[in-house]
Ligand binder design. Structure first.
Ligand code: KPL
Length: 315
């Protein structure tokens, strides 16, 4: 089975390192920059939950600066888009070149809208909904730190492929230790992950703390209240969500499982990169306005993170 990983940041590197160890997976990893060059030249080191080295002969590493190798074009059974939300359109276009005529794609980006972008570029029949709650960060080029075990959920979207189409990938993700499950409600799956990210990411990023600090009562209460604002917007849009008690339980569970992780928004701010606030809390604010629901906590968090971007200047 041929699997491509596009956008090898922290999460992409984690999925690459773990999938490269699965015997029936022929892995293609398309990266860029110093980290991509490091992987292509010397391989990838994974530390944290496990300690292992993936040599550059165990996967085909290519570089965006060089372009797609012709041997990869039109040949992939599955493409995993693991870049930032802002890269989705570009990565979806690359996927359309890489996928075999019967191949499928999924995006593990945070936020709302990435599955829709993939469906627009690739056609609804080729795209699964997907989310990941694994925690990962990159201490240096060529190294990924697996900071907390989470789960990978693949799900069905209207008019999209079903569980049978996903099964070979679900099996490979299971063998890789990435704890996959299937959801018949892909839209609900993406929203549940968004609710976690709007609660965790801006607060951990602004406070400059590891996820586990948000388990302390004051920060937890701020995070959960932010989550509930988002849940009101989702329910107004007729998204199927569990009870508030269950959402609270999920928030505690992810904070505990990823307690030593630096969330992606904190990593983005520290590295002077654009954050995903526009597809997280800001998207909740805009959808809330359309639905007539006030979302003051999300509005404040979005304004504060955006102000930090502006201080950093264009990147
Ligand atoms: O998705 C994440 C992120 O950092 O963006 C979590 C699951 C919150 C892990 O930190």
């Amino acid at each position: 089975m041929r699997v491509a990983i596009l956008g090898s940041g922290s999460l992409g590197s984690l999925y690459a390192a773990l999938l490269s160890r699965v015997s029936n997976v022929d892995l293609f990893v398309h990266g860029r920059g110093l980290h991509g060059a490091h992987m292509a030249a010397e391989g990838l080191h994974i530390e944290g939950e496990i300690d292992a080295f993936v040599s550059n002969s165990e996967a085909f590493f290519s570089l965006d600066e060089v372009g797609l190798p012709p041997v990869a074009v039109g040949s992939m059974d599955y493409v995993l888009l693991t870049g930032k939300a802002g890269q989705t359109l570009e990565l979806a276009k690359l996927s359309s070149q890489l996928l075999s005529p019967t191949g499928f794609a999924l995006s593990l980006s945070n936020g709302l809208g990435h599955a829709e972008t993939c469906r627009h570029v690739l056609g609804p029949h080729r795209v699964f909904a997907a989310t990941s709650t694994h925690g990962a960060w990159r201490p240096s080029a060529g190294v990924v730190h697996w900071a907390g075990r989470g789960e990978t959920v693949l799900g069905a979207l209207p008019g999209g492929p079903g569980q049978d189409d996903a099964q070979p990938l679900l099996d490979a993700l299971e063998s890789a230790g990435l704890s996959p499950t299937w959801s018949s409600d892909g839209t609900g799956t993406v929203w549940r992950k968004v609710l976690l990210n709007i609660a965790i990411n801006p607060i951990a990023a602004l406070a400059g703390v590891e996820n586990g600090e948000l388990l302390k009562p004051d920060l937890f209460s701020a995070a959960f209240s932010t989550m509930l604002e988002g849940a009101s917007v989702a329910r107004q849009e007729r998204v199927n969500l569990p009870s508030d008690e269950h959402l609270e339980h999920q928030l505690r569970q992810v904070l505990t499982a990823t307690s030593s992780n630096l969330c992606s928004m904190l990593q983005d701010l520290r590295n002077g990169r654009m954050t995903e606030i526009s597809v997280l809390n800001q998207a909740i604010v805009e959808r809330g306005e359309r639905a007539g629901i006030a979302t003051p906590l999300n509005q404040m968090l979005s304004a504060m993170v955006t102000a930090l971007h502006q201080q950093q200047g264009p990147n």
